[in-house]
Design a protein around this ligand. Structure first.
Ligand code: NAI
Length: 689
């Protein structure tokens, strides 16, 4: 066996004269395809052509996975389009060389294989991947960054698995496991991990036949079928994504419609389209949010959890779902409540979640086995983390803590899911208040990625760090927040929702308000949101926060609650519902008042966000943006409220606030935070806006 090393690649020629090209990018935990790595691939392929091995296997030299895709930091800020095009041309040249090698080439995939990593694999003649390793996932996440594949993936994926399956992968950005990848033809063989090398060798020795997609899948991409299918895709994409908000999926369909018949023109057009998308403000914001997410996850890496023991008290809406999610992510969970009848619905919901999320019946059973009912609360004595999610009542929570604390392990973390009670008040009476931290999940737990990590006056930094690391273990995004009424998200969201109700009082129909904000890019309008959260919950949060920060609770909200119209859960609120869907006739079309409605709602939100930054509820503007995007779905392509503020300009917005405060009162009086540009200008490493 001979071996030759580059900075990011190694070549090993084995006794069977097979060249093993190991990708092991220097100074990175995961393989990312930086310019440096691609430049070296040129030399590596030169070497392969000199060595003339019998075949080539490309694999990862890292245990973390095959390759995660392009090195995103090279796109921030985005280089000029011509420079991006030139860079892509170099990648295309090397991937084309790899694809044209006269000897068989195999990508051996273990762990994630995403974006540019998958494009590298697709440039090999064959692909084998591990089917028994949950970390092995394949996909094109580019669309989530406002992009589409740019290293030949738009052409090669369609060749491998037909246009429908390939477009589905690229348009959704979803990842798939090896078995599914084999079914659709993205890879040739899914095998148990221990057989990967043998499988790769067999392809090189010509003993295995490649997997091809069904004839029908291939036919849909050629001749007259292509424009017809492209039109169907175009309509579907239009329904799901506004092209002004998310241009990338539309550009991808158009690319294929126009050029899908020729490799040469498609590959050239792919580069041009990618370079153009990269310049779009939408993509720049999505890339920026991606990097903020990475920053949050990194901050939560202070401790590596493996199967921690978690005890959850309170099996209601939140506690039940938190417990189910913890078990899904590998924790051993005990769930406590006051009686069996409170536990039963939580277990029913857990079953439903696992049926949706876990295909393998054995794995599903194992997950269920990790979630145990515990009426006596014995699990608290052994737990690494205890999460309290009982009723929102300070005294009841305190009484529970007093009983609980003496039984906890010395190192155990004590967490509360409270949504409004200052941590200092809950910590009163604890002999060790430093271990108490807020772990504020959002509803529904399985789909909201944000967790606020709340530190009170006495919370130890180590406790907050552990809580953040635990959130990362749960695949959530931890945002560190200082204990203060409403914490970050509820505090910012409430004025926005209340202003919407003031608008209703002023005679603007709820559907007009909601549709305006959907057009802005919100997933739900503010009135629908209030109905979904529950008007009783909104009222109670509104009372707490207006008592603290001033403002008025709209009378209409109190009236609805008195009438028992609590929103979706009672089938009636501001809207009428049937089977969870609005039945009230919706008003359609623009109202001509978009600018006024949007400004009234968003300026309340921004004013409160600046107050939070001024009071250092969170450390910087990026955290506000991440919190609002991942906790409430704030239009991601706009990058969050603070990015929106920067894009419109603080001077213009402040002037608008003055105007509005003349007509609509004190809620619009600019917060002192507007006088301190550092509060909104602060950015980690964002694009130039
Ligand atoms: P819930 O009313 O649905 O559930 C509370 C559960 O706690 C009930 O099953 C009750 O039987 C149980 N419980 C009450 N006292 C107990 C005790 N001493 N020992 C054991 N179990 C006890 O309430 P929900 O909505 O799940 O809220 C729980 C906590 O989560 C609250 O602090 C709330 O503010 C917070 N929260 C709620 C959100 C929501 O959307 N519902 C969102 C984020 C936080």
């Amino acid at each position: 066996m001979t071996e030759q090393n580059w900075r990011n690649w190694r070549i090993r020629i084995d006794d069977g004269n097979i060249a093993w090209l190991l990708l092991d990018v220097a100074e990175q935990k995961v393989n990312v395809l930086s310019s440096d790595t691609i430049d070296e691939l040129r030399a590596v392929l030169d070497q392969v052509q000199t060595d003339r091995p019998r075949g080539v296997v490309i694999a990862s030299g890292k245990s973390s996975g095959f390759a995660a895709g392009a090195d995103i930091s090279e796109f921030v800020p985005p280089p000029p389009a011509a420079q991006v095009g030139a860079r892509l041309a170099i990648i295309h040249e090397q991937f084309d060389r790899l694809a044209r090698l006269s000897v068989p080439t195999v990508a051996l995939i273990r762990g994630f294989c995403l974006g540019g990593g998958l494009e590298l694999a697709l440039a090999c003649r064959y692909r084998v991947a591990a089917k028994d390793d949950p970390a092995t996932r394949l996909g094109f996440p580019e669309v989530q960054l406002g992009l589409h594949p740019g290293a030949g993936g738009t052409w090669r994926s369609v060749q491998a698995c037909g246009p429908l399956a390939a477009m589905n992968l690229m348009l959704t950005g979803h990842t798939i496991d090896a078995s599914k990848a084999e079914r659709i033809g993205l890879i040739d063989r899914a095998v148990p991990e221990r057989h990967l090398e043998t499988a790769a060798r067999r392809f090189i020795q010509g003993e295995s036949r490649p997997h091809r997609p069904p004839l029908l899948a291939r036919l849909t991409g050629i001749g007259v079928a292509r424009p017809v299918l492209a039109e169907v895709l175009r309509r579907q994409v239009r329904k799901q994504a506004n092209p002004e908000h998310y241009p990338a999926p539309h550009a991808l369909v158009e690319l294929w419609r126009q050029h899908g018949g020729s490799a040469r023109t498609m590959l050239r057009a792919e580069r041009e389209s990618f370079a153009q998308l990269l310049q779009s403000p939408q993509s720049q914001q999505l890339v920026r949010l991606f990097r903020i997410q990475e920053r949050l996850k990194e901050a939560g890496r202070s401790e590596r959890f493996s199967a921690p023991r978690v005890h959850v008290i309170g099996a209601g809406t939140m506690g039940g779902d938190i417990a189910a999610w913890c078990a899904l992510r590998g924790c051993r969970v005990t769930l406590q409540d006051r009686g069996a009848k409170y536990l039963a619905p939580a277990f029913e919901r857990a079953h439903k979640l696992y049926r949706q999320r876990i295909r393998d019946p054995r794995a599903r059973q194992q997950t269920l086995d990790r979630l145990m009912p515990d009426l006596a609360g014995n699990g608290a004595d052994r737990a690494d983390i205890v999460i309290e999610a009982i009723v929102e009542d300070r005294d009841i929570k305190r009484a529970l803590f007093a009983e609980l604390e003496p039984r906890l392990q010395p190192e155990a973390l004590l967490a509360s899911n409270t949504s409004s009670i200052p941590l200092e008040q809950l910590a009163e009476g604890l002999s060790d208040p430093s271990r108490l931290v807020g772990l504020h999940f959002f509803n529904p737990v399985a789909s909201m990625r944000l967790v606020e990590i709340i530190s009170g006056r006495d919370t130890a930094a180590t406790a907050a760090n552990r809580a953040a690391a635990f959130a990362v273990f749960l695949d959530r995004l931890p945002v560190p927040v200082r204990s203060s009424p409403g914490f970050l998200i509820n505090r910012i969201l409430l004025p926005y929702m209340l202003e919407a109700l003031h608008l209703v009082t002023d005679g603007v129909p709820a559907p007009v308000i909601d549709q305006t904000m959907r057009r802005f890019g919100m997933p739900l309008g503010p009135v629908e949101l209030a109905d979904t959260v529950g008007l009783d919950v909104c009222l109670s949060v509104a009372r707490i926060l207006t008592a603290q920060f001033g403002g008025e609770v709209p009378a209409i909200l109190e009236q609805k609650v008195v009438q028992g119209r609590l929103g979706k859960k009672t089938q009636r609120g501001f809207y009428e519902y049937r089977n969870g869907r609005i039945v009230t006739a919706a008003t359609s079309g623009a109202s001509g008042r978009d600018a006024e409605i949007t400004d009234r709602l968003l300026l309340r939100l921004l004013n409160e966000a600046l107050a939070c930054l001024r009071e250092q509820v969170v450390a910087d503007a990026d955290l506000v943006d991440a919190g609002m995007v991942f906790g409430t779905g704030f239009a991601p392509f706009r990058g969050g409220p603070m990015a929106y503020l920067r894009s419109r300009g603080a001077d213009e917005l402040r002037a608008r606030l003055h105007e509005l405060s003349a007509g609509w009162g004190a809620g619009f009086r600019p917060d002192a935070g507007w006088d301190d540009p550092r509060l909104w200008q602060h950015q980690q490493e964002g694009p130039n806006e």
